[in-house]
Ligand binder design. Structure first.
Ligand code: SF4
Length: 482
């Protein structure tokens, strides 16, 4: 058994309250499992920083007014260990930031053209994510403006836990029924209401902006995870924003770096500059069917076509071939295995948007299994949402891996799959009469669930099959051009 246990860095503790209970949920981000524990158990875990043995933990709890025997603590550590949630001893201090990793503050910020966000005030983004991060300064502002929320003015621990492990100075706010503790019933932010926009956490003020390092500039685009992000695209911005540089970004904004060279397929890589030129050309293509467009990109990546030739093919692409349909069926199975555990998290409140979405996603998967061909027929009412999605993916270099070795081909297939899922979730939301405003753009919920709850890793188990199937199709085409 671990002598001086420390909560592993891949475990994220989060306070979750519902009408009948309040837990601290330990999210294992590697195994994608959640473990609800009592607030008393959390008191013990919060002292597991790798410096205390069993006696030290018992003494810590006594000092906090919570008694536990050494036998009880020993059993608890063994339980955590059996779930791979704890490690031994303290963590090595982090390496200092080097000059090479320093940000070039004069680099140009390049916003998505013709776009300005108009928030709908529905608070969807404040009631979906498991981690809403607060800096120590954000915590101080929230507690001073809203000391009455869970009486957190008296004790920070009533509303906040460390963002990572037990020692992170960054904090995560408690969720009630899956909603941020500061979210009012009418969708307003209480911290904003009382302290003004500047009092809100940095991350909330920045959301849904994301920043992508595109070499000569940093691209500014929205996360596609809120209905209002898509609705805003329906009204093109009248004026372009004033030129900005990285210097204008608030502290705390993080920039996504891309891998270079970009892995296009299992057998082909290209420089980031070349790939960017191609995707920039595609970003202005008006697609007939964006599922077909992403699949066409996946098919043509090895063909060495000019940007113009590729744009023409992508613009006219429709539907999916037989082998692509088989891959979609495999993707549905793989995703279902990821969504099922989320739909069975019994500690969640029935009102929790995450639970509602997980159950709706399972229905969407069933609907797609039963009628895949029908959904491949076209975007229907979601044509504008899908066209915007395609444009943002191209502009934000969404088919270039942020880390690891995932190829653009796999990512293009994944994006086509997400669009199909959005179409099916839309049908489910109508049939099941899901009136939550978040369902106004089902594709945004698909995106939020893929990132926020790690569902996007479904594609990991399909990568070899996707590469092999597209390569075999290329070989077949080479042998038989008819
Ligand atoms: S602090 Fe305010 S803006 Fe941020 S998630 Fe909570 S309610 Fe939303």
């Amino acid at each position: 058994m671990k002598h001086r246990p420390r909560l592993s860095a891949h475990v994220l503790p989060r306070i979750y309250a519902a009408s009948q209970h309040s837990y601290v949920v330990l999210y294992d981000t590697e195994a994608l499992r959640s473990h609800p524990v009592s607030r008393r158990a959390w008191s013990c875990i919060s002292a597991m920083d790798g410096t205390r043995d069993v006696e030290g933990l018992a003494a810590f709890l006594t000092a906090r007014g919570t008694d536990a025997s050494t036998e009880e603590i020993t059993g608890f550590i063994s339980e955590l260990e059996s779930q791979a949630l704890v490690e031994e001893g303290v963590v090595a201090p982090r390496a200092a930031i080097t000059e090479e990793s320093a940000v070039d503050v004069d680099r140009r910020l390049e916003p998505l053209p013709r776009y300005a966000l108009e928030c709908d005030g529905a608070g969807s983004c404040c009631r979906f994510y498991p981690s809403i991060a607060f800096t120590p300064h954000d915590v101080a502002k929230a507690r001073s403006h809203c000391p009455d929320v869970e009486d957190s003015g008296q004790d920070e621990r009533r509303v906040f836990v460390p963002l990572i492990g037990v020692e992170s100075p960054m904090r995560a706010v408690a969720l009630r029924d899956g909603r941020c503790n500061y979210l009012e019933p009418d969708g307003a932010c209480l911290v904003h209401k009382r302290g003004g926009a500047a009092a809100k956490p940095i991350g909330c003020n920045l959301y849904p902006s994301r920043f992508v390092d595109a070499g000569h500039s940093v691209r500014l685009l929205p996360h596609l995870e809120c209905a209002c992000v898509f609705r805003s695209a329906a009204v093109p911005a009248a004026t372009d924003p004033a030129p900005q540089t990285m210097r204008d970004l608030p502290l705390g904004a993080s920039v996504e770096r891309l891998e270079s060279p970009v892995i296009l397929t299992a057998t082909l890589a290209a420089s980031l500059a070349e790939v960017q030129a191609t995707f920039d050309a595609l970003s202005e293509v008006a697609c007939t069917d964006c599922v077909g467009a992403f699949l066409q990109i996946a098919r043509q990546l090895n063909a060495g076509l000019s940007s113009e030739a590729l744009a023409k093919l992508v613009g006219a692409a429709e539907g999916a071939s037989a082998f692509e349909q088989e891959l979609f069926t495999a993707a549905l199975e793989a995703l279902e295995r990821r969504v099922l555990p989320l739909s069975k998290e019994e500690w969640r409140s029935p009102k929790d948007l995450v639970l509602v979405t997980a159950n709706a996603l399972l229905m969407a998967i069933d609907v797609l299994k039963a009628g895949l061909a029908e959904f491949l027929g076209g975007p229907g009412v979601y044509a504008a949402d899908e066209a915007f999605y395609f444009r943002v993916q191209m502009f934000g270099l969404g088919l270039c891996a942020r880390s690891g070795t995932r190829s653009s081909r796999v990512l293009a297939f994944d994006r086509a799959f997400r669009l199909l899922l959005g179409r099916a979730l839309g049908v489910v939301s109508v049939l099941a009469e899901l009136g939550d405003p978040a369902f106004k753009c089902p594709l945004s919920l698909v995106e939020a669930a893929m990132r926020g709850y790690g569902l996007g890793v479904y594609v990991r188990e399909l990568e070899p099959a996707i590469e092999a199937a597209f390569s075999a199709a290329e070989d077949g085409a080479a042998l038989n051009p008819c």
